[in-house]
Structures are given as C-alpha cells and as structure tokens.
Design a binder for this molecule. Structure first.
Ligand SMILES: C[S@@+](CC[C@H](N)C(=O)[O-])C[C@H]1O[C@@H](n2cnc3c(N)ncnc32)[C@H](O)[C@@H]1O
Length: 232
C-alpha cells in the first residue's frame, strides 16, 4: 500500500508515522509520503489559497496550486490521475468513513489523500481531481490532517504486519467474524475489583460457552440493547 498525503502541514505526520503499528506496516514495504502543495505552487510568496468569490470569511485552497502539486508528484494531468489511482478529498460533508469503506480502501494498491485547510477546497479540485470525498464525521475539524490520520490508521491496521497478533483484527468491531456487530466486552485481572466481578463464564475455561456468550453480547450491542457504562 502506498499512500500519498497532500498537506500544508507535513510535520504533523512525523508523530503518526513513528507509532508502532504504523511503523510496522511501513517497515513491511508500505509507504506513507507527504507532499506540501506550497513546494509546488506557481504563485509568488509560496501562496496556496485565496479569498472566496462572492465574499465571506476564510481562505480557499486554489485549484491551480493543487493542479501543479499533483502534476509535480505524478507527472500527468490530475484529471487523468483519478482514473489510475484513488484520489480522495477529505471534507466534512463527504461519504462517511466506516469499516466497509476502510476494507475497500485497504484493498487499493495506492491512495492519494487531499487535506483541506481554512475554508476548504476550491470546488473544482473536488469535481475534477478527486474520485471520492470522504468524511470522518459530521463535525468540522480545522484541517484534513487529523482526518487523513484517522483514515490511514484504520486502513493500515488492516494490512499484514500492522498488529502484533494476527488475530487482533480478525474478530473486532464490525468484522465479518462478528456479523458486523460491535465487539463484545473484555475483562482482565483482577477477577473481582471493588465488588465488580468478571462474568463467571469467562473464568470457566469452557471455550464454546465463552464464544456463545461473546457472540450474544456482540449481538446485543449491535441491536442497541447494551446500555453502555453503568451510571456511578
Ligand atoms: C475548516 S474545514 C472546512 C470546512 C468547510 N468550510 C465546511 O464548512 O464544510 C478545513 C478542512 O478540514 C478538513 N475536514 C474538516 N472536518 C472534516 C471531517 N469531519 N472529515 C474530513 N475532513 C474534514 C477538510 O479537508 C476541510 O477542507
């Protein structure tokens, strides 16, 4: 998997790339590379944005700047680029990122993520350069960097070598192994703490009963029957 992130703040990703599960995947041959549109802008003074036509607050990322940055990186017209690789604009109003979409993206050999800032993208970037618009939630972040990291984290942890234990990702929330339901609750030592006892079945050593109990708890959570943390 090769992921290119176009961002005005590439240094944000230094911490992210150093995290163990990300570093593991990168050491196994995947790549995460940062491109700063400021390094490729045809405008003077490293300008990348401008005031919106029609008025209003904020600055808008310019289409000619993204065109130049994408051309510099891939050597072709970005309009053709999206036919060859998945180019994703991150935006609050985009398609919601969920486990199904993460699986879809994890199967791609290459991804390009475009991070907006300030007021966001000139709409022609979204219309002509991006093949997808993805949101990580119905709220507004200051920029696409955290959204890109969320997407990368969710995608990269699906790849071989990311997690220490191969089974960790096989049976977790929303996986096929759990029928798309959230994961069941986990407990560890001590078996009793402040009078709060771990469910007996988990201490029984009876694998079939444990599996059945876990499946049932997952189903309850999927059906919204789990009431969540108890009020204290
Ligand atoms: C301040 S936001 C722009 C918000 C835009 N003016 C609006 O109201 O939709 C700047 C950039 O952050 C990113 N962003 C913010 N919230 C996001 C979200 N929930 N999901 C994905 N990207 C987001 C996008 O790349 C966006 O262009």
């Amino acid at each position: 998997m090769k992921i290119d992130v176009f961002t005005l703040f590439p240094e944000w990703f230094e911490w992210f790339a150093a995290q163990r599960h990300v570093a593991n995947v990168l050491a196994s041959g995947s790549r995460l590379e940062l491109v700063n549109p400021r390094d490729h802008t045809p405008l003077s003074g490293r300008q990348v944005d401008d005031t919106p036509f029609g008025g209003g607050a904020g600055m808008v990322l310019r289409v000619d700047v993204l065109d130049a940055a994408l051309r510099a990186r891939y050597g072709i017209d970005p309009v053709q680029l999206r036919e060859r690789r998945r180019v994703i604009a991150l935006a609050p109003g985009g398609r919601m990122l969920d486990d199904e979409l993460v699986d879809e993206l994890a199967a791609e050999p290459e991804l390009t993520l475009l991070c907006g800032r300030y007021e966001g993208f000139d709409e022609r970037i979204v219309e002509h350069f991006a093949g997808d618009v993805i949101s990580i939630g119905r709220y507004v972040l200051s920029g696409g960097e955290l959204a890109a990291m969320v997407l990368c984290d969710a995608v990269l942890r699906k790849l071989p070598g990311a997690l220490g234990h191969a089974d960790s990702a096989a049976e977790e929330s929303f996986s096929a192994a759990l029928g798309g339901d959230p994961e069941y609750p986990h407990y560890t030592r001590p078996a009793e703490y402040r009078g709060w006892r771990v469910p007996e079945v988990l201490l029984s050593g009876h694998h079939e009963q444990i599996a059945a109990w876990r499946r049932e708890r997952s189903r309850e959570r999927g059906a919204g029957e789990d009431r969540g943390p108890a009020a204290s």
